[in-house]
Write a protein that binds this ligand. Structure first.
Ligand SMILES: [Zn+2]
Length: 276
C-alpha cells in the first residue's frame, strides 16, 4: 500500500514538473501543486563523468561516443556506450556485497528505498578528523535533541560534509593514488562498527546513506559496519551529496538504483522530497 502511495506521489510530482512552470531556487526545484502542497526536490546524486570517485581498485567510469551529429538522412543523433564498476560515484551497496545470502540489487524491496528519512549531522566532528567514526552517542544525541527515537522504517542519512571535497581526491579519499597499495592510504569518516551494531539491534531502519566513499571509514580493514548492516538486508547508499540542504527529520527519500540482475551494487539516483 505504501508503495502505491509513494508511486502516486512520484507520478504526481513528475506530472506537475512537466505541466506547470515550476519556480526554482539555487538549492533545488520547488514544485507548486494545488494551493496546499509545496514540495522541494533535492538531488543527492553526483553525476557520472571522468571525475567520478571510485574505490582505488575499481574500474572507473568511461563514456565512449558511438555517434554524435547530423546523419546523412537529415536528423540529429547522439548515443554513447558507458562502462563502470558497480561501486563508484553515488551508488548503492546491495546486501550481497558483504553477505553471502543477502539480496542482490534487483531483489531489494522498493519499500526499503522509498520513504521517510532522518539525518544525523556530524559534520563539525569531521572538520579536523578525517578518520572520525560515527558513534552510538551521535545517534543518541540526535534522539535527545529531537525528543524521539529514530522512527521504525527510517532511511538514515549521515552528513559528514565530505561531499564538498568530491573534486579533490586527496581530501575526499585521502589519496589520489590508485591500486591495491593505495587502500591503506584512504582517510575519510564512516560509521563505527559499534554504532552499526546498535542500529540493527536497537532500532529498525530500512536503509542507510553517507556522503563519503564508504559506510566504513577509510582506515577500515574488515568492513565490519558493511557486514553488520548488509547481513540484515539493510542497503547502504554511498558518495551522497547535498545532505547539508536537508533538515534533521520530516523529509522523504526516493533512491532508485539501476536494476542489475544479480548485481552487488549499482549506480543510484537518489532524491529527497521536502515539504516547504
Ligand atoms: Zn559500494
Amino acid at each position: 500500500m505504501k508503495i502505491i502511495i509513494y508511486s502516486s506521489l512520484f507520478i504526481f510530482l513528475t506530472l506537475i514538473a512537466c505541466e506547470s512552470k515550476p519556480p526554482s531556487n539555487k538549492e533545488g526545484k520547488t514544485l507548486s501543486g494545488n494551493q496546499n502542497s509545496k514540495k522541494k526536490i533535492i538531488d543527492l546524486s553526483h553525476s557520472y563523468s571522468d571525475k567520478t570517485i571510485y574505490w582505488v581498485t575499481a574500474q572507473e567510469f568511461k563514456l565512449d561516443t558511438v555517434f554524435k551529429g547530423q546523419t546523412d538522412k537529415g536528423y540529429y543523433y547522439s548515443a554513447n556506450n558507458f562502462t563502470s564498476a558497480e561501486h563508484g560515484g553515488t551508488h548503492i551497496d546491495a546486501p550481497i556485497h558483504f553477505s553471502k545470502n543477502g539480496k542482490t540489487v534487483d531483489e531489494i524491496p522498493l519499500q526499503k528505498l522509498i520513504g521517510k528519512a532522518i539525518k544525523i549531522d556530524i559534520s563539525e566532528k569531521t572538520v579536523n578528523n578525517p578518520d572520525y567514526l560515527i558513534s552510538i552517542q551521535d545517534f543518541k544525541d540526535w534522539e535527545d535533541k529531537e525528543g524521539i527515537a529514530i522512527p521504525d522504517g527510517s532511511i538514515v542519512l549521515l552528513q559528514t560534509d565530505f561531499s564538498k571535497y568530491y573534486n579533490d581526491k586527496v581530501k575526499y579519499l585521502g589519496t589520489d593514488k590508485r591500486g591495491e597499495s593505495a587502500v591503506k592510504l584512504l582517510h575519510f569518516p564512516g560509521l563505527s562498527p559499534e554504532a552499526a551494531k546498535w542500529l540493527v539491534e536497537k532500532r529498525t531502519i530500512n536503509a542507510i546513506g553517507i556522503d563519503t566513499p564508504s559506510i566504513d571509514y577509510g582506515q577500515s580493514e574488515y568492513f565490519k559496519s558493511h557486514v553488520t548492516l548488509l547481513s540484515q538486508n539493510i542497503p547502504a547508499f554511498e558518495n551522497l551529496m547535498n545532505l547539508d540542504k536537508l533538515p534533521l527529520k520530516g523529509f522523504e527519500i526516493i533512491a532508485l538504483p539501476m536494476k542489475i540482475k544479480g548485481g552487488s551494487g549499482a549506480p543510484l539516483r537518489i532524491i529527497a522530497i521536502l515539504n516547504e
